[in-house]
Write a new protein. Structure first.
Lengths: 161, 161
DNA sequence: GTCCCTATACTCGGATAGCAAGTGTCCGAGTATAGGCGG
DNA sequence: CCGCCTATACTCGGACACTTGCTATCCGAGTATAGGGAC
């Protein structure tokens, strides 16, 4: 089991967007440059975020990306789900029905117990991620590096009018 | 994010081993046949379980696999960890230190907040899996199909002496 | 009859191909803007 | 001086190669057993 690198990139990038002034968008190229990420590949993940309704894209010359909702209403789970998909990581293929070990059809009215256990754990994982919003992370005093946008980010915004 | 199919196979196979009489081993070929699994590939995962100390292999003619500990002392987390590895699914590559968004070195004395949130969620997931032992699943009344070993499994064991 | 030796059959274990998904990149479609032109 | 039109530059979006890791398989190393032979 291994997460896509895009998860880390997307969360950090969303935190950057959370630090922007209200309603202002940041182009994908600049967003990638902020953390020295490959712009073309980050754009691929931004598309996923747009489809999931987490961020919205502004077309045209002064366009870019911005959060679709206030940062306090977007959870880390929303971002991760947008990238990794909302399907379960564990896929029950019902092997209990195969081979000599298969029982009678009446035994299969309830879901596979193994599947239920795995699903429950995944639920706990997702629930834990839902406790944190982008606002919690972006405005945390200990990691307020994103608010140190004076030197670079402000210049970018000012250069764009 | 997606689990290896081997996780499902391994858990179910361990449940079969849990239903065996004390100290008796079952060959990998028979274990695979029980659920119509590819024997050669299941063997690969069984090796991982042996390395992790979850099951032990008995070499020789009447050898096979058996649980290394009582089923009540093996959790689902043990099995999953043996297959998927104990490394974290989320790998923090410290992109916060890259590009114009990078802060001063003194800001990096604490772990990345994003990494901590992801790690905490993973901890919750693992903790949930630790609540269930193989005994809980194998001897559950609702899914006692594994105890219906009379027809096939008993024959196999008897044929081996 | 008992003990030992050897050949056998069966077991696990690691080394070897094939494939899907993630990784990385590029170029085209679409839009708001800026400037020029006409009234 | 004001409004409209056009060309431009910039943006996002989807389509195209490449690499890593999972999937699937095979054959060789090792061991307990079973049988036969010697004592």
């Amino acid at each position: 089991m291994r997460f896509s690198d895009g998860v880390e990139w997307s969360v950090h990038s969303c935190l950057v967007l959370a630090a922007l002034p209200e309603g202002v968008g940041l182009p994908g190229a600049k967003l990638a440059e902020f953390h020295s990420l490959p712009a073309a590949y980050l754009a691929k993940h931004m598309q996923a975020l747009v489809r999931a309704g987490v961020v919205e894209s502004i077309p045209g010359r002064h366009g870019g990306y911005r959060l679709a909702r206030p940062a306090s209403e977007i959870t880390v789970a929303d971002v991760v789900t947008a990238i990794e998909g909302n399907r379960s990581a564990f896929r029950c293929t019902e092997i209990r029905r195969q081979g000599p070990g298969a029982g009678q059809p009446c035994e299969y009215q309830t879901a596979c117990l193994v599947s239920r256990v795995m699903g429950g754990a995944e639920q706990a994982w997702r629930s834990e991620l839902s406790k944190w919003t982008l606002a919690d992370l972006a405005f945390d005093p200990a990691s307020a590096a994103y608010l140190r946008q004076d030197a670079w980010l402000s210049d970018v915004l000012e250069a764009r009018g």
